[in-house]
Design a protein around this ligand. Sequence first.
Ligand code: MD6
Ligand code: FE
Length: 221
Amino acid sequence: MRAAAQADLFGAVDPVLPPGIALFRGRIPLAESRVLLDDMLTVFAAAPPYRLRMKTGAYVINQLTNCGELGWHSDSQGYRYVDRHPEQGTPWPAIPPRVKAAAIAAARECGVADFDPDACLVNLYAAEGKLNLHQDHDEADFAWPIVSFSFGNDGVFALGGAKRRDPVQGVTLHHGDVMVLHGPGRMLFHGVKKIVPGTAPFQHSAIPANGRLNLTLRRAT
Ligand code: MD6
Ligand code: FE
């Protein structure tokens, strides 16, 4: 159930991850990752990536979009799940079946047999992209896991504890890695400290130049 410390291709050893954080290194083979990213181009055609605005009116650095019945969005009314693209006014496109199947399989390996994600948030990071420490708490039932896919350049993931002030450890997420936050790991604080340009195995038009693409599949309802 618990991911053990694992050596990557370069012999670097991950810090031991807490219970409820499973990290499947290189889970998506390179050839399959190209196909999944091609699927994302179809998603982007129906639901173009957009930027959230802060209260000040300034735009947040990352772009995002969604697929699935529901998509995560934030505006003056707060953080929530909505059933359509806020700028296009159209329903979100379906989660690509290959992506959904990979998420369900990873959840199953964490002991969750009946995960049925209805929302997939797509986060697009430019080279300067980052994501502040947060908990994902807009879902109806925290018993369901969140399954995360990383593509493109490495992202240094910040993994904290149950409280915002708890110590944070850095975990570098590579292209093709799949991470699951489940059970006691589901509500741990986390974020993305930085992107490491020059580490992607290939360029793909679904991924910002020198950037990273992250998918998180959830059960929102
Ligand atoms: C990212 N991930 O990796 C941001 N949230 O770019 C998340 O915020 C995240 O990886 C919930 C569960 C897994 C995650
Ligand atoms: Fe998150």
